[in-house]
Design a protein around this ligand. Structure first.
Ligand code: MV4
Length: 450
């Protein structure tokens, strides 16, 4: 059993992990940059260690400093949170080489899912439905054109090392193929040092539906339903909900079982998310994320489970504390991401918080590392809080979100809160009838500058 865990992260997710540790009687160690000496995760942890200067490349991504912090404090395990080193297979390998435990999947699973072609091959072989497209990598333009004719335009060319929207190009017709293929390849090369690309049928109006899975690393796995994360801006999610308003209980059970069986078969350990595009009643696998995601609280709300506690349990070799039969959905949950950003351009807006008041009451969870007088440093991402509401049904969750947003006070910096007040007025949001393009289109017509 672990008696001390180091959290290689900052902000609200570091608090999230510290809270799970405290409830389990495990000591927590925070690490921080010099810019974060006054951060809430430093205050809340049992111990804290400075690991470097403000830039994350020299602190939160500094593997040697993080390993040294474990040695100094006697921490036996590392929780990576999300972002930073959470999906870095080399980091996992180094942790193991130091006889420490990574709270997350194996280096091998991270590596497989980090390469999108290998991930898709693996999922396809495990019976997960995929977007029709090239079988593996596409070596040259002539092959790309042949595949374009075969599967029919529009198609999308994706860098195998990409993901999260980077290194992707759509070819609407054969005439676009040359430039789309060359650009996707060049972006893969320059951004990731890997010019391998693959091709898929381009789905024009899908939803982004992701299935939460969880494995014990010993051939057992469950699913915890889906989240609909279609409301995104520039591949950044802004509003997430569970269950998905377009997904039936039968669809959930079927795709959920497919996903749970797939990860059970590869002895997957810990939390994972299998991302799909969903269009006309069909699921198409696109990527798998081998980490705990930002939006995990909506799943926790409707299933009544603590996913971080489960991550720690399986990392210790313990079984999960529930089986698939124990997992039933209770109500509806919505998360909105509150960023320190100035509308309409979403320009980062760091600065001093002169007043902070978190909303409360039944069915309200505010995950945030803010406090009165805190100064948001300019070095990291702009997420300053996640407001998660839970209701007996979707209308109740929406009403609760509106009420809770009204209680929230964040003074001193601009935030994305006004966006959510406006979105709650929209019929498509009230009806849950949006797709992955709805928000960008809405922003263009409603928030365009000038
Ligand atoms: C696609 C697609 C349409 N067809 N693949 C964007 C990020 C990456 N995870 C995959 N992405 C997409 N892949 C096919 N075959 C459309 C997108 C996409 C998207 C996906 C999810 C959420 C928002 C999106 C916004 C634009 C494009």
């Amino acid at each position: 059993m672990f008696d001390k865990i180091l959290i290689a992260n900052r902000g609200e997710i570091a608090l999230r992990v510290i809270r799970a540790c405290r409830e389990m009687g495990i000591q927590s160690v925070a690490v921080h940059s010099t810019a974060d000496a006054d951060a809430m995760h430093v205050r809340m942890a049992d111990e804290a260690i400075c690991i470097g200067p403000p830039p994350s490349t020299e602190s939160y991504l500094n593997v040697a400093s993080i390993i040294a912090a474990c040695e100094v404090t006697g921490a036996q395990a590392i929780h990576p949170g999300y972002g930073f080193l959470s999906e870095n297979a080399n980091f996992v390998q180094i942790i193991q080489d130091h006889d420490l435990t990574f709270i997350g999947p194996t280096a091998e699973h991270i590596r497989v899912m980090g390469d999108k072609i290998t991930a898709k091959d693996t999922m396809k072989a495990l019976g997960v439905p995929c977007v029709p497209g090239s079988d593996g990598g596409v070596p040259d333009l002539a092959s790309a054109k042949r595949i374009g004719e075969e599967i029919g335009y529009p198609v999308i060319i994706k860098a195998t090392a990409g993901g999260g929207g980077r290194g992707m190009k759509v070819a609407q017709t054969a005439a676009d193929m040359e430039s789309a293929f060359m650009t996707a390849r060049a972006e893969g090369k320059s951004n990731f040092g890997n010019d391998e690309v693959y091709i898929e049928k381009y789905l024009t109006t899908p939803r982004h539906i992701e299935i939460q899975v969880f494995g014990d690393g010993k051939g057992n796995a469950v699913h915890l339903g889906e989240r609909d994360c279609s409301l995104q801006r520039r591949h950044q999610k802004v509003f997430e909900e569970a269950p998905g308003p377009a997904i039936s209980a039968e669809e959930r059970a079927a795709i959920g079982k497919t996903c749970a069986d797939a990860v059970a078969k590869i002895d997957y350990i810990g939390a994972g998310t299998i991302e799909f595009l969903y269009e006309n009643g069909e699921f198409y696998f696109i990527e798998m994320n081998t980490r705990l995601q930002v939006e995990h609280p909506v799943t926790e709300a409707i299933f009544g489970v603590d996913l971080v506690r489960e991550q720690i349990r399986v990392a210790e070799g313990l079984p999960m504390s529930f089986t698939q039969d124990d997992l039933t959905i209770n109500g509806h949950a919505i998360e909105v991401r509150i960023n320190a950003e100035r509308l309409p351009n979403f320009a980062p807006c760091p600065g001093r918080i002169t007043q902070y008041h978190a909303p409360g009451g039944l069915g309200v969870r505010m995950d945030s590392a803010l406090y009165d007088g805190y100064s948001i440093p300019p070095f990291y991402d702009s997420l300053i809080g996640k407001l998660i509401v839970h209701g007996r049904d979707r209308p109740e969750a929406l009403a609760r979100l509106n009420r809770a947003l009204g209680e929230l006070i964040v003074d001193g910096v601009d935030t994305t809160v006004p966006l959510f007040h406006a979105l709650l007025e929209e019929e498509a949001v009230q009806a849950g009838s949006y797709n992955i393009h709805w928000l960008e289109h809405w922003l263009e017509t409603n928030l365009a500058e000038g």
